[in-house]
Ligand binder design. Structure first.
Ligand SMILES: CC(C)(COP(=O)(O)OP(=O)(O)OC[C@H]1O[C@@H](n2cnc3c(N)ncnc32)[C@H](O)[C@@H]1OP(=O)(O)O)[C@@H](O)C(=O)NCCC(=O)NCCS
Length: 199
C-alpha cells in the first residue's frame, strides 16, 4: 500500500497530486475568496503553486504528511485538496485540512472527500485522533466538521496573523472510537489499488 493512496467516494476520487496539477492548485490557492480563512495569503504567482507541488511530493516520500488531490470522477482534474498533516506518530494524531474550488461549493463534494480521508486516517493509518483548527467565522468549514462528527473542544483568540490580519481559532477534534461508533455511519469510500508511477 502506498502512503499516498487513491480513494473513491460515489462522485469524487482522491488521488496523489502530480506536477500537472500546478495550474489548478494556483487557480484555487490564488483565489482570494477561497483563501479568506486560510492560514496563508492567496498565492500571487504560479511559482508558489510549483513550490506547493514540490512540498506535497516530498511529503509522500517522507511519509510526514499527506495532501491528496480531489477530482470529480465524471470529469477528472483537481478541484481541491484534503490533507492530513502535523502528524504526531507516537500519539497517533494529526490535523485535517481541506479546500475546494469555489465553483464546486454547495454540492456535497467535500463531504464525500472528507469521509474518504477520515476513513483512511483512522482505518488505514491507524490514527486515534484528528484535529482541525478553523476560523470561527468560517461557517462552511464548521458545518463540514460537524457533519463528520467533530466536536468543538477549544477556542484560541488571535492565534493567527495572516497578511497582517489577526484571527481566532476554533479547535475541533474527532476520536477514532467516536467515528466508528457513529450510529448508522457507513463510509462512502473505497481504497483503489495504487496506480503505478502516478506520483
Ligand atoms: C470548507 C469548504 C470546503 C466547504 O465546502 P462546501 O461546498 O460547503 O462543502 P460540501 O462539499 O460538503 O457541501 C455541503 C453543502 O452542499 C449541499 N449538498 C448538495 N448536494 C449534496 C449532496 N449530494 N450531499 C451532501 N451535501 C450536498 C449541502 O446541503 C451543503 O450545503 P449547506 O452548507 O448549505 O448545508 C469550502 O467552503 C471551502 O473550500 N472553503 C475555503 C477553504 C477553507 O476555508 N477550508 C477550511 C479551512 S480550515
Amino acid at each position: 500500500m502506498s502512503f499516498a493512496p487513491t480513494l473513491e467516494g460515489a462522485r469524487v476520487r482522491l488521488r496523489p497530486v502530480t506536477r500537472a496539477d500546478v495550474p489548478a492548485l494556483y487557480r484555487i490557492f490564488g483565489d482570494a475568496k477561497v483563501m479568506r480563512y486560510w492560514s496563508t495569503p492567496a498565492m500571487t504567482s504560479m511559482a508558489e503553486a510549483e513550490d506547493m507541488a514540490t512540498r506535497i511530493l516530498e511529503g509522500y516520500e517522507e511519509k510526514a504528511w499527506l495532501q491528496l488531490a480531489i477530482e470529480k470522477k465524471a470529469s477528472p482534474g483537481l478541484i481541491g485538496t484534503c490533507s492530513i498533516f502535523a502528524m504526531h506518530v507516537a500519539s497517533r494524531r494529526a490535523e485535517l485540512g481541506y479546500i475546494l474550488d469555489r465553483a464546486c461549493w454547495g454540492q456535497g463534494l467535500m463531504a464525500e472527500a472528507l469521509d474518504c480521508i477520515v476513513s483512511y486516517a483512522f482505518d488505514t493509518l491507524g490514527l486515534n485522533r484528528l484535529e482541525a483548527d478553523i476560523d470561527p467565522a468560517n461557517l462552511a468549514s464548521e458545518k463540514a466538521l460537524l457533519r463528520l462528527g467533530f466536536k468543538q473542544e477549544g477556542f484560541m483568540p488571535e492565534r493567527w496573523i495572516v497578511g497582517g490580519t489577526l484571527s481566532d481559532s476554533a479547535v475541533f477534534g474527532l476520536l477514532a472510537r467516536d467515528w466508528h461508533a457513529r450510529k448508522g455511519h457507513e463510509t462512502m469510500c473505497t481504497e483503489k489499488p495504487h496506480a503505478k508511477g502516478s506520483i
